[in-house]
Write a protein that binds this ligand. Structure first.
Ligand SMILES: Cc1ncc(C[n+]2csc(CCOP(=O)(O)OP(=O)(O)O)c2C)c(N)n1
Length: 319
């Protein structure tokens, strides 16, 4: 079964490289932003908005378009950057991110920013919102998908599990169009998730709540797209939860996998280093896509597709 074409993969790598760089610049323009958890979720957002979700600003009012609730609303800086890559937010507006009077607050407001299906930021609410949208779709005779993107630390909120329970309960009554994706970067605001509030065995928890779980590397587009397309196909007879294993601060050597880089801005010279790192990662990833031997990636190819990690691009002495 085909997952995506080589050209689509190359296009995704090209766009996400632009996106990561733009987001890093936006931390400077906005004098801060939640860059750490934005870097981990970037590929998930790119997979959805650039490829798998039925979401197009040119057909934004189409009632059948998919709904996407980014429940970890602090990733607003990445989402605003993504909307700018999609052409919906002008670059000049992005330069006002997080500044007084801007329509682009650090958590994006659905009343001010086209494309935001729910104002989030207070963690723990996106699952019920997205589930409600899926149930409403059924009432209206529509079959759009409703996605929620959660942080793993966010899953400390009891309301996530109330919604999870309701999702399984309402499968067949709307929740068959409800898809959960967790950005499992294993960090939260003030420590590693397993130290702050143990989540493991995380996948088993979702299974116990009645979900079909797919675990993927959240920085590997073919794996991500395959997981989302599998969830969309809805063959398991229960709702899907995709656990995307990611890294907070992905692609910047001094920040990767370090919860201390949850929020902030870097001094200009450090930002230059960060952007250089991001460019190196982007090139390494693009090379993997470009060197793929076939025109189409099939499911059986997935195991052999390399995920780029720090050791592939970082040379300590160069710093
Ligand atoms: C209800 C609520 N409590 C606390 C916060 C403050 N807060 C913002 S981000 C964050 C960490 C969440 O961790 P995670 O979901 O893992 O985010 P990520 O590491 O992916 O950025 C917290 C506690 C909040 N936004 N909402």
């Amino acid at each position: 079964m085909s997952v995506l074409t080589k050209q689509e993969w190359i296009d995704l790598e090209t766009k996400v490289a632009e996106l990561r760089d733009l987001c890093m610049q936006t931390t400077q323009w906005g004098h801060g932003g939640h860059w750490g958890g934005s870097s981990s979720v970037a590929d998930i957002l790119a997979a959805l908005y650039f490829k798998s979700a039925n979401f197009d600003f040119k057909k934004y009012d189409d009632p059948d378009r998919d709904r996407i609730v980014v429940s970890k609303g602090h990733a607003g800086i990445m989402l605003a950057s993504l909307f700018s890559v999609l052409g919906s937010i002008p670059r000049e507006d992005l330069k006002t991110f997080n500044l007084t009077g801007s329509k682009l607050g650090v958590h994006l407001d659905s009343n001010k920013v086209k494309g935001i299906d729910a104002s989030t930021g207070s963690l723990g609410h996106g699952s019920s919102l997205a589930l409600g949208m899926a149930l409403a779709g059924r009432v209206q005779g529509r079959s759009y998908k409703s996605y929620v993107i959660l942080g793993d630390g966010e899953c400390d909120e009891g309301s996530v599990w109330e919604a999870a329970m309701a999702g399984a309960n309402f499968y067949g009554r709307g929740a068959e169009n409800y898809i959960t994706i967790v950005d499992r970067n294993k960090c939260m605001i003030d420590g590693p998730t397993e130290k702050v509030m143990k989540l493991e065995p995380f996948a088993d928890k979702w299974r116990a709540f009645g979900y079909e779980v797919i675990e993927v590397d959240g920085h590997n587009f073919p794996q991500l797209i395959n997981a989302i397309e599998t969830a969309k196909a809805d063959k398991a007879g229960k709702p899907y939860a995709i656990i995307a294993n990611t890294l907070k601060g992905y692609g910047v050597a001094f920040a990767e996998d370090n919860y201390l880089h949850h929020y902030g801005m870097y001094p200009p010279e450090k930002c230059v280093i960060a952007r250089e790192d991001l460019a190196k990662v982007a090139k390494a990833r693009l090379d993997v896509a470009k060197s793929f031997k076939k025109d189409t990636v099939e499911v059986e190819d997935l195991a052999g597709i390399k995920t780029i990690t720090k050791k592939d691009w970082y040379v300590e002495e160069a710093k």
